[in-house]
Design a protein around this ligand. Structure first.
Ligand SMILES: NC(=O)c1ccc[n+]([C@@H]2O[C@H](COP(=O)([O-])OP(=O)(O)OC[C@H]3O[C@@H](n4cnc5c(N)ncnc54)[C@H](O)[C@@H]3O)[C@@H](O)[C@H]2O)c1
Ligand SMILES: O=C(O)C(=O)C[C@@H](O)[C@H](O)[C@H](O)COP(=O)(O)O
Ligand SMILES: [Zn+2]
Length: 377
């Protein structure tokens, strides 16, 4: 990681060395223009079904079509509504039916052009149609470029909780065009930034300190944006290669998510109230505050995390979520559906300070309940 000198205009490539499931992440402004050539090199002669949402299609579908036409790649397009509620059984059926109707074969590919919602849904479809098709991620949100397009977690939501139905299915290629982020709304850019900060808070205190200094440049675009995305992808790739199916260390990538996912479910996946990255921002602050309450981390570190996230414009408190929340009992109940639960016991990602996160499976639920009650008051 070279965060001191950032070369102007440079693209980056990050490898995910997962044996026969290995793939490359191409991070570059303008990469979408080369999507046809990149896909043809990785999957010669494959046809593709593009899954996208209406907002992203309006901005970027034409460029992807042009890139595929240039290289003679046959394509179908399925356009879904934008937003978290699209990660549902109903839309999974739409995608599966459309891919089968287009007679795509197992050796063909599903291409996700969009944010994490489209990536998670399209990846799930790719994992189950004909028992597994190729899958290519073309992430268009900051969150998707730094997190959801890498690592192979796919799935949909349930009223019982987030991402409760899905499969692990790695992409064959990730094409992250950092220039497409210029059309992303400021709110969605901020939400994705929460997952960038997460890597610093897990185990990269120098990266967190770099972000505190450089976040404005990351937002503005240019080399710092590419650098932050590349560092994030390297961090995620390293964890995924070490623990692809989350039997241990990968759970660290869930920092802030036990709280955050419960908040998303409690607000019924209503993006006008809370989007995923915002839930993660509040969840990471709560994880640091709870760690302080358990005498694990200092109050100063918890305050530093909250101050930085607030500085970039992210919500950091439960009271920042409009429309009211259910009581602590209900939030705890929702956390009970977390995939990290083992024999009924909650697992949390706690911390000893900035960049010192760890997996805790011995957290007394009564402490969490009391903490949440306090925070809701
Ligand atoms: N699989 C994983 O490892 C993983 C990791 C993190 C998050 N996730 C999931 O990802 C989802 C959140 O992803 P997200 O934040 O990208 O949400 P999203 O897919 O809903 O995208 C956010 C919004 O931005 C719009 N958008 C996307 N790219 C755009 C662009 N370039 N220009 C203009 N508008 C654009 C979308 O239409 C949408 O309205 C959640 O469902 C979360 O659970 C998955
Ligand atoms: O890739 C992972 O592993 C993560 O935990 C990344 C998270 O940012 C992401 O939100 C993921 O979808 C959460 O996973 P889940 O298993 O808790 O649903
Ligand atoms: Zn996340």
């Amino acid at each position: 990681m070279n965060m001191q000198q950032v070369e102007a205009g440079a693209g980056r490539r990050v490898q995910v060395p997962l044996g026969e499931r290995a793939y490359e992440i191409v991070i570059e402004p303008g990469a979408l223009r080369n999507a046809g050539a990149l896909i043809a090199r990785r999957l010669p002669k494959a046809r593709v079904a593009i899954i996208t949402d209406a907002t992203v299609a309006g901005f970027h579908l034409g460029s992807l079509h042009a890139a595929l036409d240039e290289t003679g790649i046959g394509h179908e397009t399925i356009t879904l509504p934008a937003g978290e509620k699209t990660k549902s059984f109903a839309h999974l059926i739409d995608v599966v039916d459309a891919v089968l109707a287009a007679r795509l074969e197992r050796g063909d590919a599903i291409v996700a052009l969009g944010g994490g919602v489209i990536g998670d849904l399209a990846g799930f479809a790719a994992g189950i149609v004909r028992r597994g098709m190729h899958f290519i991620q073309v992430p268009t949100s900051l969150l998707a470029q730094v997190d959801s397009s890498v690592g192979g977690k796919t799935g949909i939501n349930s009223p019982h909780g987030k991402n409760l139905v899905g499969v692990f299915h790695q992409p064959s290629l990730v094409i992250a065009d950092t220039a497409v982020l210029d059309t992303l709304s400021p709110r969605e850019f901020r939400a994705g930034y929460a997952e960038v900060a997460k890597y610093g808070l897990i185990d990269k205190p120098d990266f967190f300190a770099w972000l505190e200094k450089n976040w404005q440049r990351v937002f503005d675009g240019g080399p710092e944006r590419v650098e932050a995305i590349a560092v994030s992808c390297e961090a995620k790739a390293e964890v995924v290669v070490a623990d692809e199916r989350e039997s241990g260390r990968r759970a660290l990538l869930n920092l802030g998510h036990t709280f955050g996912h419960a908040l998303e479910a409690a607000t019924e996946y209503d993006g006008s109230r809370l989007v995923h990255g915002e839930g993660v921002a509040i969840g990471m602050v709560l994880a640091h505050e709870f760690s302080n309450r358990m005498n694990l981390a200092s109050a100063d570190d918890a305050a530093r995390v909250a101050a930085h996230l607030r500085q970039v414009g992210l919500p950091t408190r439960l009271s920042d979520i409009p429309g009211g929340l259910p009581p602590a009992e209900r939030l705890l109940d929702l956390m009970g559906q977390d995939k990290k639960v083992v024999r009924g016991r909650l697992t949390f990602i706690l911390t000893r300070g900035i960049g010192q996160s760890f997996i805790a499976d011995d957290v007394p639920p009564a402490e969490v309940h009391a903490f949440l009650k306090e925070k809701l008051a």
